[in-house]
Ligand binder design. Structure first.
Ligand SMILES: C=CC1=C(C)c2cc3[nH]c(cc4nc(cc5[nH]c(cc1n2)c(C)c5CCC(=O)O)C(CCC(=O)O)=C4C)c(C)c3C=C
Ligand SMILES: [Fe+2]
Ligand SMILES: [Fe+2]
Length: 390
């Protein structure tokens, strides 16, 4: 305890399957989230999530097999929490650290149950995503808002939220240092092409729902290059597209092929939206994109490690917590306002069940939807392709 009283830090992350048997239920949880699949009908969410999870599990398990049979996200996030606690203690700020994952253990609900029994005086909510997206931090904030509304014990905790933090100077320094270490291993470091690969989101998130993610990614790329102070050429592209709807462009695979065709031979990939190693770095970049790059003639392909427990990165997290404790509180409900009034799911206009006629239409559309789902289940074609998920 310090002058601030008993402080807690809630670290938010996505979560990942610990072992192969977890892949199916993890995918079901992920696709059950309306911030991941934005459907106009809430009742369709769970059957669709189940269907997509069943269809995707085999392929996804193959990928997890290639990285040792599970996600390292929990282990790394817990190590980040421990390092953050030690750094805060060194700076004179004792704190309890809690890890709350969105789609797998330890779930956000478990972290909340723990922290309500710890009688905290102040809680800092810190998402482990440098940039805000509706689909990541936004989804976790929305869940927390719901938990807060339901629990009077939580309402008594004085808390503040950090919405995004890609401008944090020590984070930028950590990224620049990790990039410099990698390019300096090449015979001609200044000739190496620096390839920023961000996790993508569907284009409609940005263009229709006002997700600030793309703007924050672009600014973050610019700030890292400014901090790096090297003359290298660089590219920003988006990875991990799911389904045939348009996602943010250029796609990583296309951009790699284009650079190969232009004669780029030396390239380092910087995973820019992740702060830990996980399937998208260890399998997708290190295995799939490496293969594409090598086929395109990029013979010297390297990847910059995620910040993980890099001391400058842990310092950045500690700075964020200490600054948040000193600044005025930011509430969960204020965050979406700040983030350019993003339209979280469901848009208000879709609030159904308020009138008798709406109930009648709900019923009719539900019947039609179920028929469409049955057709899809039998033929493997139709509705799911229309909504752009398969
Ligand atoms: C900034 C990070 C992330 C954004 C933005 C994001 C959006 C997003 N993701 C999916 C679908 C899937 N994501 C999956 C895994 C996964 N996603 C992120 C991060 C972001 N996702 C991480 C850290 C992980 C890995 C977890 C781990 O196992 O370590 C998966 C599962 C893996 C697979 O089958 O490919 C899916 C599916 C969508 C649809 C989306 C935006 C709408
Ligand atoms: Fe994802
Ligand atoms: Fe992926």
């Amino acid at each position: 305890m310090t002058a601030m009283g008993r402080v807690g830090v809630l670290l938010l992350n996505l979560g990942g399957p610990d072992k192969l048997e977890d892949v199916g239920p993890f995918l079901y949880n992920l696709f059950s989230d309306p911030e991941i699949i934005r459907l106009p009908f809430r009742w369709l969410q769970k059957p669709l999530a189940w269907f997509i999870a069943v269809r995707r599990t085999g392929k996804s398990q193959e990928n997890y097999k290639q990285i040792g049979g599970g996600s390292p996200l929990r282990r790394i996030t817990e190590a980040q929490g421990k390092a953050l606690q030690e750094q805060l203690t060194a700076l004179g700020q004792e704190a309890n650290i809690y890890v709350g994952m969105r789609y797998w253990h330890p779930y956000t609900e478990e972290a909340i149950a723990q922290l309500t029994t710890d009688t905290l005086d102040k809680l800092v909510i810190l998402p482990l995503y440098p940039q805000f997206s509706i689909s990541t931090s936004g989804s976790s904030f929305r869940l927390l808002e719901k938990l807060w509304q339901e629990d009077p014990k939580l309402q008594r905790i004085d808390y503040t939220v950090i919405p995004s933090w890609y401008k944090q100077p020590n984070y930028l320094r950590a990224m620049a240092e990790l990039i410099a270490q990698e390019i300096d291993q090449f015979p001609n470091p200044d000739q190496v092409h620096i390839f920023f690969s961000a996790h993508g989101v569907p284009k409609s998130y940005v263009e229709e729902a006002g997700d600030p993610y793309q703007q924050e990614i672009e600014e973050c790329t610019y700030l890292i290059m400014q901090t790096l102070k090297r003359p290298n050429d660089h590219t920003l592209a988006y990875q991990s597209r799911v389904g045939p709807v348009e996602w943010l462009q250029p796609y990583t695979e296309d951009a790699l092929q284009e650079l190969g065709a232009k004669g780029v031979k030396d390239l380092v990939v910087v995973p820019i939206s992740f702060v830990s190693e996980h399937i998208e770095t260890l399998q997708e970049i290190d295995i799939e994109y490496r293969e594409i790059a090598e086929e395109a003639g990029i013979h010297n392909f390297k990847r910059v490690p995620a910040p993980n427990t890099h001391p400058l990165f842990i310092q950045a997290l500690a700075d964020l917590v200490i600054d948040a404790l000193e600044e005025p509180n930011l509430k969960l409900s204020q965050v979406t306002q700040m983030k350019k009034k993003v339209k979280m799911y469901p848009p208000e206009a879709w609030e159904w069940g308020m009138t008798t006629s709406a109930e009648v239409w709900n019923g009719r559309i539900a019947m039609l939807g179920f028929i469409a789902l049955i057709i899809e289940l039998i033929t493997g074609q139709g509705l799911l392709h229309l909504v752009g998920l398969l």
